[in-house]
Design a protein around this ligand. Structure first.
Ligand code: URA
Length: 195
């Protein structure tokens, strides 16, 4: 049997290799219109993984996830429950920006999903947080965010937690409080003491 540090080194290296494959991926037409693919970022041994919908303009420009307005709100909520951007893994269902930020289509999701599945396999987070309808319907199936939010779901050897996408809370400010209440549930489940 391999000692644990060997397994850790392998996961770290494999995650780096996977991200190299993602930045040069041409499996869907979005590779022609993107500036940069956005594989995601965070440590290979993160306890919590956040999964959004798709990169926006700023993410496409910088090749980094959640660095625009939604990102600022997401990170503030992450910090409120006692975590930091540096210690969680942040990614999205799609790794390339759809033109004009339109909703990802089935072909794009099917082409990109194996990348996320591999990230989940390598990182094995305690909880993967699904942000918004696209992440929830892709991973769990058809379920309205309004009904699914604040709930945990155990599926294929992974625990998921569902909440709104921060962009929805920016559009409808009353959802910000709802999201904060969801994050409080997440904090309790993770046994964190908060900020
Ligand atoms: N919204 C997402 O879903 N992902 C990002 O990386 C940025 C905004």
């Amino acid at each position: 049997m391999l000692p644990p540090y060997t397994l850790e080194m392998n996961s770290e290296k494999e995650l780096r290799l996977l991200h190299e494959q993602i930045v040069s991926c041409t499996k869907c037409p979005l590779h022609k219109t993107r500036m940069n693919a956005v594989p995601g970022e965070g440590p290979f041994n993160a306890r919590v993984m956040f999964i959004g919908e798709a990169p926006g303009a700023k993410e496409d420009e910088l090749g980094r996830p959640f660095v625009g307005r939604s990102g600022i709100l997401l990170i503030s909520m992450i910090e409120k429950i006692g975590l930091s951007r540096e210690e969680v893994f942040i990614t999205s269902i799609l790794k390339s920006r759809p033109p004009k930020n339109r909703t990802p289509n089935r072909t794009e999701i099917n082409a990109c999903l194996p990348h996320l599945e591999r990230q989940l396999d390598l990182i094995c987070p305690d909880v993967a947080v699904l942000l918004g309808g696209v992440a929830i319907s892709t991973i769990i199936g058809p379920w309205k965010v309004a009904d699914a939010h604040g709930r945990f779901y155990n599926g294929n050897a992974q625990t998921y937690f569902m909440t709104y996408h921060p962009a929805a809370a920016l559009r409808f400010p009353s959802l910000k409080k709802t999201m904060e209440e969801d994050f409080e549930r997440l904090r309790i489940e993770l046994g964190l003491s908060g900020d």
